[in-house]
Design a protein around this ligand. Structure first.
Ligand SMILES: [Mn+2]
Length: 239
């Protein structure tokens, strides 16, 4: 049986000094995204940011995943870099933004995780906090690497959402591995989950199409998040 094909947007990274090619640039994603998708029936391909023919690349995919990763260059949302902004890679950002727009135009389901959620917002014209401490009223330390694979803080999920129809819980403990946050959400998106300090933790396309962003990392939360990957891959199988 043909498996739905999920393309993961590949990221440029400098190979580590310990590797066989320490001076070279790499194309990568974390293995967890791929294995979670494969476990629920997808065939996963890593989309190379060297690609210039984005339209043809998207035609290979039934759905696109934008994964976690480095900060997005603030120029992508018309801001000057501030000292709290982490390293970014404009080549990766440019590729991901083009991939997103082409994917949406082609009607492909899209899942954005952490940076991927922020990427969706930026692509749709929204802005980010360059660091969570820039948000007035913050009370949760969102970068909580210690609890990378279990609950760090609660989120409240709005019932009128694709996300709720999948997770079926009004409140949920999630991990939190981000230091940036959505500031102004795009008009094209509706917020579907907030943390108790009010920060935006999930959104989806306002038009009801399958474009879902979550600020947490479902790929390290185990079975609790199988239903999210399943729903994404099921939607992709309808392509
Ligand atoms: Mn968080």
């Amino acid at each position: 049986m043909r498996r739905p094909v999920i393309g993961i947007a590949g990221t440029y990274e400098q190979a580590p000094a310990s590797s066989a090619f320490p001076t070279l640039r790499r194309i990568f994603t974390n293995e967890g995204y791929s294995s979670c998708l494969q476990a629920v029936g997808a065939l996963v391909i890593l989309l190379s940011p060297t690609t210039t023919n984005i339209e043809q690349l998207i035609q290979l995919c039934d759905g696109v995943l934008f994964a976690g990763g480095a900060d997005i260059d603030p120029s992508c949302y018309q801001q000057e870099r501030t000292p709290l902004c982490g390293p970014s890679d404009l080549d990766t950002d440019t590729f991901h933004l083009a991939l997103y727009h082409q994917g949406r135009q082609a009607g492909k389901p899209i899942l954005g995780i952490c940076r991927g959620m922020q990427l969706i917002n930026v692509a749709e014209g929204g802005t980010l906090y360059q660091d969570y401490k820039k948000r007035e009223g913050w009370s949760i330390h969102h970068p909580d690497l210690e609890h990378w694979n279990n609950a760090s803080h609660l989120v409240k999920i709005k019932q009128d959402s694709i996300l709720f129809s999948i997770l079926k819980k009004p409140e949920l403990g999630v991990n939190s591995l981000h230091h940036q946050l959505v500031d102004t959400p795009s008009d094209a998106l509706k917020v579907t989950a907030n943390a108790s300090d009010g920060s935006i933790e999930a959104f989806e396309a306002i038009d009801g199409s399958w474009c879902v962003g979550v600020q947490w990392h479902p790929e390290t939360l185990g079975e609790a998040m199988d239903s999210l990957f399943e729903a994404f891959v099921r939607e992709a199988s309808l392509q």
